[in-house]
Design a binder for this molecule. Sequence first.
Ligand SMILES: Cc1cc2nc3c(=O)[nH]c(=O)nc-3n(C[C@H](O)[C@H](O)[C@H](O)COP(=O)(O)OP(=O)(O)OC[C@H]3O[C@@H](n4cnc5c(N)ncnc54)[C@H](O)[C@@H]3O)c2cc1C
Length: 503
Amino acid sequence: MAKVLDTPDGAVYVRPNSNREKTAMPARTGAEFLRGLRDTRALWLGGQRVTDPMDHPALRGAAEAIAAVFDLHHRYPEDCLMPDPETGEAIAVSHMIPRSKADLRRRHKALRRVAEFSVGLMGRTPDYMNVTFAGFAGRSDEWAANGNDEGSANLVAYQKQMARQDLSLTHTLIHAMSDKSKGHVPAGFDETQLHTVEKTAHGILVRGARVLATLAPFSDELAVYPSQPMPDASRRHALSFSIRMDTPGLKFICRDSVSMPDDRFDHPLSGRFDEQDAFVIFDNVEVPRDRVFCDGNLQVYNTVMSASWRANAMHQTMIRAWTKLEFAWGLACRMAEAIGASDPATLQMLGEIWSFAELARSAVLAGEEGAHEYGNGAWFLDDRPMDALRTSLPYWFPRVNEIIRLIGSHNVLATPASGAFADPDLRPLIDKYLRGAGDTSALERARIFRLGWDFAGSALASRNEQYERFYLTSGARNRQNVQMRADRTAANRLVDRFLTEAV
Ligand SMILES: Cc1cc2nc3c(=O)[nH]c(=O)nc-3n(C[C@H](O)[C@H](O)[C@H](O)COP(=O)(O)OP(=O)(O)OC[C@H]3O[C@@H](n4cnc5c(N)ncnc54)[C@H](O)[C@@H]3O)c2cc1C
């Protein structure tokens, strides 16, 4: 029987019981997205197999949040939708292959709309992978290197399909290493790492494991592509492809949920923004031939991420990070005002968050201003300000959480729940003893500090801090990488003057 469901906007829709049908369509609505999640994927959460995220209390809130992101595209079509260059149908702007600075500025508006929805708490909204694959398709020349013409053509066709079916993708880049002393990429052949087993009549059979598929319960497909180069690895590990989440043999093991019941007063963030993360096992999975983008081509695997991926993908990640920092600053200001905290220490901490937010905003704008063609007619950002942000954010975000907790002090824990406010005996006492500074009512104060705790102290906050520390590789590794990549010409000139002048 068909089910009647509430959408995040309060509208009601009817979801048929049929599984997803992959027919061409323009930008999807939230209801269409939710319908697509109902398949036979092997997804495990807390020891139980999940059949439909909408039926699971720990997943429903985030499923509705991602649905709201799809709906948001239709609410702001001037910012979020554009005609498909070939069919003319409306597709999400995040699928655009940027061909100019103006294109990047247009994409900025769409990415900002999505980032604002979750105030940057959901890092892997579908626009992340849309932007990534648009960048790959834009640099199909890189994917076609070393005789990989078929893989490159598959990728270009897939990116169009992604846009036209408006797919939601999760991805796994990272090898699931169990012994760090062996290095972070395979050396030689390692049967636990994702690898090709054999060719089949319709494609290739793969086996192994990868981390860490964020958004897995809310995705239509899983993409695999390279991360760091692996110069000494067996060719069998050099894989890139995309497959449906319900492909037989594919298994997703979710981490424990940090989601709370979707009560907008009690849990304003963790009721709906737990995007989930899952370990992925490929237990003899057949990948259709037309979905293989790289199979055994080590040269392609080791180079495609180095030239333009950062300059493209970080457009989405850094607009999200800037939005989150701006929100954090606004929230911290409200917390301080609610308790009349205007001492120098508090003002300094608020100014610190503002500085992070402003630096992030400036870096995004500098990246867009310095955008240029990276080859094949594809335009991406100046990657230097993006790299600088990438090395800084893993340290800034934990500090932001620390500041919010320092300003919040005990107040983040003295926050009656909505049920307590509803109790006729308690309410007058709460109103009297838990009011804030000036004319801040007890209800307003509780609301502000609940938001503060949900952002910086809750289980969701802890997961999010881990995300910010690691989702683009650890800050430590990134700092080493930028040091090895950076252009020293200007710095050398300044220093050399003092080293070459006569003593
Ligand atoms: C919440 C979350 C979501 C994620 N989502 C995804 C996803 O959707 N898709 C995906 O593919 N991956 C995802 N990842 C995985 C992520 O890409 C990896 O966690 C990341 O690349 C870090 O890899 P690593 O564990 O090898 O860390 P490392 O870089 O090895 O860092 C681990 C520790 O070692 C330290 N370290 C590293 N190198 C050095 C060094 N040379 N010297 C000294 N110390 C060092 C670091 O400081 C850190 O403390 C996610 C991770 C998290 C935490």
